[in-house]
Design a protein around this ligand. Structure first.
Ligand code: NAP
Length: 302
C-alpha cells in the first residue's frame, strides 16, 4: 500500500484545485479542500475547509495535519508573496514538507507576481521538497468563465493580440495529473516544470477547431496590444492588469510560448490531451459548455 499523505489543496473550488482534489482523493490520500466558499461537498470524500489567504485565522485550522500542500496564489493579487510567504512559514512549522505551487509558463522565477513566490522557494529553503508547476494557457479558457469563452458564446469571436504566435494550450486535467504526481511520488519533484499540451496552436487554428467541432463559426479577431488593453478595460478589468494581459499576448506574438514539453507524458505516463479532443468532449451534448450562455465579466486569470 503506497504511503498516504494528508494534502492541503488551496483553490480547491477552482479549475486546477478541484481536479487535484479529485485525483488525490481517488488515490486514497486524505485531502483538505480549502477555499473561502465551500458551497458543495468536495469530490471523493475530501474534506472542505474554510481558507482565505487574507484571513490569517483560517490558516492554522486549514493546515491541521497536512504534510503536503498544493498552492494556488490569491487570484488577481499583484503581490501574492506578501500573504504567501508568512503562510509558507506557518505551513513549514505545522509539518508540511512538500509543496507544489501553481505558477505560469509566462512567469520566470523572480518575475512579477507568482515569480516572487517562486524565487522565495528557491532562496529561502523553507521546504526541502518543492516544485513550481508552470502551465501554458488553459484549454478551459475557451469553455468556462473566461473572457474568451464569453466572447465565443456571445459574438463568435476570439480577440487577441497574439497575431500568428503559437500557444501549447493545456487541459487543466493534465495539470492536475502532474500536480498529483509531484505531491505524492516517492521521489522529490523537480523544481521547475513547464506543462504544455501536445501541440502549439495559433488562435486562428483554435478558432477553426472550435468551428469544426461545434458547427458554429468562430473567428479570430487580431488586434494590437493597446487595442486589446482598451477592450479588456471596457470589459471591467483594471487598466494596469489589462496592460499586463496585452503584454502577454504581445510576447506570444513574438514566439514566447511556442514550445511543447514532455512533462505530462514523462510524469503521468500518458500523452496530454489534444485541443480538438478537449473541444469534442467540452461541446458534447452532455457537456455544460453547451448550456445557454450567461453574462459574465470574469477577467482572464492571466
Ligand atoms: N487560465 C490560464 O490560462 C492560466 C495559465 C497559466 C497559469 N494560470 C494561473 O492559474 C491560477 C488560477 O488557478 P485556477 O484556474 O486553478 O483557479 P481558479 O479557477 O481561478 O480559482 C481560484 C480559486 O482560488 C480561490 N480563492 C479566491 N480567492 C481566494 C482567497 N482570498 N483566499 C483563498 N482562496 C481564494 C477560489 O475559491 P473561492 O472563491 O471559493 O475562495 C478558487 O478555488 C492563476 O494564478 C493563474 O495565473 C492560469
Amino acid at each position: 500500500m503506497p504511503e498516504r499523505h494528508t494534502v492541503l489543496v488551496t483553490g480547491a473550488t477552482g479549475n486546477t484545485g478541484s481536479r487535484v482534489t479529485a485525483r488525490l482523493a481517488a488515490l486514497g490520500h486524505p485531502v483538505r479542500a480549502a477555499s473561502r466558499t465551500a458551497r458543495t461537498a468536495p469530490p471523493g470524500g475530501a474534506r472542505a475547509v474554510p481558507f482565505d489567504w487574507y484571513d490569517e485565522s483560517t490558516h492554522a485550522p486549514a493546515l491541521n495535519g497536512a504534510t503536503r500542500a498544493y498552492l494556488v496564489p490569491p487570484p488577481g493579487d499583484p503581490d501574492p508573496a506578501a500573504v504567501m510567504f508568512p503562510f509558507l512559514e506557518r505551513a513549514r512549522a505545522a509539518g508540511v514538507t512538500r509543496v507544489a505551487l501553481l505558477g505560469s509558463s509566462a512567469i520566470r522565477p523572480g518575475g512579477p507576481g507568482v515569480g516572487q513566490v517562486h524565487q522565495l522557494l528557491c532562496e529561502q529553503r523553507l521546504f526541502e521538497e518543492w516544485t513550481v508547476l508552470r502551465p501554458s494557457w488553459f484549454m478551459q479558457n475557451f469553455t468556462d468563465d473566461h473572457a474568451h469563452a464569453e466572447s465565443i458564446r456571445s459574438e463568435g469571436t476570439l480577440t487577441t493580440a497574439t497575431g500568428t504566435g503559437r500557444v501549447p494550450f493545456v487541459d487543466a486535467d493534465d495539470i492536475a495529473a502532474v500536480a498529483a504526481h509531484t505531491l505524492t511520488a516517492t521521489s522529490a519533484p523537480e523544481h521547475d516544470l513547464i506543462i504544455t499540451g501536445p501541440e502549439a496552436l495559433t488562435y486562428d487554428e483554435v478558432a477553426a477547431t472550435i468551428t469544426r467541432v461545434t458547427g458554429r463559426t468562430v473567428t479570430h479577431h487580431p488586434v494590437t496590444p493597446p487595442q486589446l488593453a482598451a477592450r479588456l478595460t471596457r470589459l471591467g478589468i483594471p487598466a494596469e492588469f489589462a496592460r499586463v494581459l496585452a503584454a502577454l499576448d504581445d510576447a506570444i506574438s513574438e514566439g514566447a510560448e511556442n514550445r511543447v514539453t514532455d512533462t505530462v507524458r514523462r510524469l503521468t505516463g500518458r500523452a496530454p490531451r489534444a485541443f480538438a479532443d478537449y473541444c469534442r468532449a467540452a461541446w458534447s451534448p452532455r457537456s455544460t459548455a453547451t448550456a445557454p450562455s450567461r453574462p459574465t465579466a470574469t477577467a482572464p486569470s492571466r
